[in-house]
Design a protein around this ligand. Sequence first.
Ligand code: SF4
Ligand code: SF4
Length: 588
Amino acid sequence: MNKAILSGNEAIARGAFEAGVRLASAYPGTPSTEILENITRYPEIYSSWAPNEKVALEVAIGASFGGARALAAMKHVGLNVAADPLFTLSYIGVRGGLVLVVADDPEMHSSQDEQDSRHYARFSKVPMLEPADSEEARAFTRLAFEISEKFDTPVLLRSNTRISHGKSIVSLEEPVTGLPEPCLERNPEKLVMLPGNARKRHPLVEQRIVDLEEWACTQPFNRIDEGTSDVGVITSGISYQYAREILPEASVLKLGMVYPLPKNLIRSFAKRFKTLYVIEELDPFIEEQVKAMGIAVQGKEIFPICGELTPGRVKTALTGEEAPVAHPVEEALPARPPAMCPGCSHRGLFHILKRLGAFVTGDIGCYTLAALPPLSAMDSCVCMGAGISNASGLNRVVPAAEKSKVVGVMGDSTFLHTGVNSLMDMVYNRVPATIVILDNSATAMTGRQDNPATGYTLDGGETTTVDIETLCRALGVKDLQVVDPYDLPATREALEGAMGRDEPSVVITRRICMLERRGGAERRPPLIVDPEKCTGCKACLKIGCPAIEWTSEEGGKGKAVVNKLLCVGCGVCEQVCTFDAFGVSHDE
Ligand code: SF4
Ligand code: SF4
């Protein structure tokens, strides 16, 4: 048997291949993004980026209706977007197996909240598997398709940042064979969820959970690691690894399926121990269900409910002592605050919005960094698509004199994700707010993935490009301007014009992401600062370009200096400096 060292996301992709998956769809979102990027390594699977998670799941559902095994992947907040089809799919069930992978982000390394996706399993009455390492990520993905078809249900597979991005040894198995060929098969009683049909399906959904619960009591994915002490632990996923490390002598009931819980197995395990812990990350999901069974356990009264668990946090909770760091870093790493890249096309725009005193309702993307100093030019950020609709609501309620200050901003990918609906609402309801679509031709924050406006598909093939201007006009936008955000006077003029008009206005700032995958961004010779002209006013530092550094000078205020290795010559700093101190380096 071949083995490989894979990340959890690579292992999920491998598991999908081994399971005979025919189609996979996703919207990129950390920490789930690399699942689809790795699935492209298997040409047997048709894979695609969807404009949002709801669409990704619906595409997968369509493939399942055709009898193909299908996978959809997303991060936890994406499951909120996909929740609508998920709940009805729970009633419909599947034809070809369907697995929805959801990756949670405890500690919010790259997310706006740290919700616990296990609740979706119980809420939608769908089984959920939770791997504890890369090998289980592969095996559970494969197993999830078998469960899906055996119990006529979609299956949720829950990962998190540590499982998705951590690496461990994986056994590579041969793909399954003999799966039926997809074909059309009409079954409207099952596939059409009119109330009359849905009512008949609901009892089946309830029975399915009962059947799954009994079945799971005997399956090896729910197993007991026998220990030598009189302490018992119930746990799952990455928390299992922490429990084993900190309580090596405890007996551990490791749950591979976190919903539904194997209640009989839990009862027989629990009665053997005087001290019983439930160790789980985020919410007391298992703990509350175990307590509801009348079993006394210790859980969130000692273990933290917020943030990631770590071996140290588990040890501190149990003993009050800090666990030593297993692999201390010898050298202190320099602090690296999050910042937009040198030459980022968003920088100049936010500089101007700040100067114009705009109240900026933001959205999710690289540009959310504009909320941080030194730009400090974003006033709200809720979720993908909300930048426009937040602006609409705000504009409706503030005094007339303040309405023109409301500006919603959103990237091209975010606009296509769910911003289109928000702009439709704004135009339809004649809200005179200003919207800026920051079109950098990339889903940049998650790693510069493509989207329907970039002209490329997941596998890099050329395709039809959504024309954002035409789309905005089709939604009814009459006041629309396109500007180059490197051109600060033109950007300012466009914004002032839009903010001054009493109608819905859209400004598209178009400049390709400096890190765009195909290298299409324009790099110009780096700039230098003439120390004779620099007065040390620090105005250029306020745009937050990492290429602009500061030199102290004895007795003086200090001066700006450009790091030529970082500078891409965008010229934004040159336009900000009122002393004409920036110029092009002639040594290049
Ligand atoms: S804005 Fe111009 S004058 Fe002011 S510190 Fe920067 S380079 Fe020097
Ligand atoms: S030209 Fe100025 S703003 Fe642009 S990358 Fe270089 S230093 Fe940064």
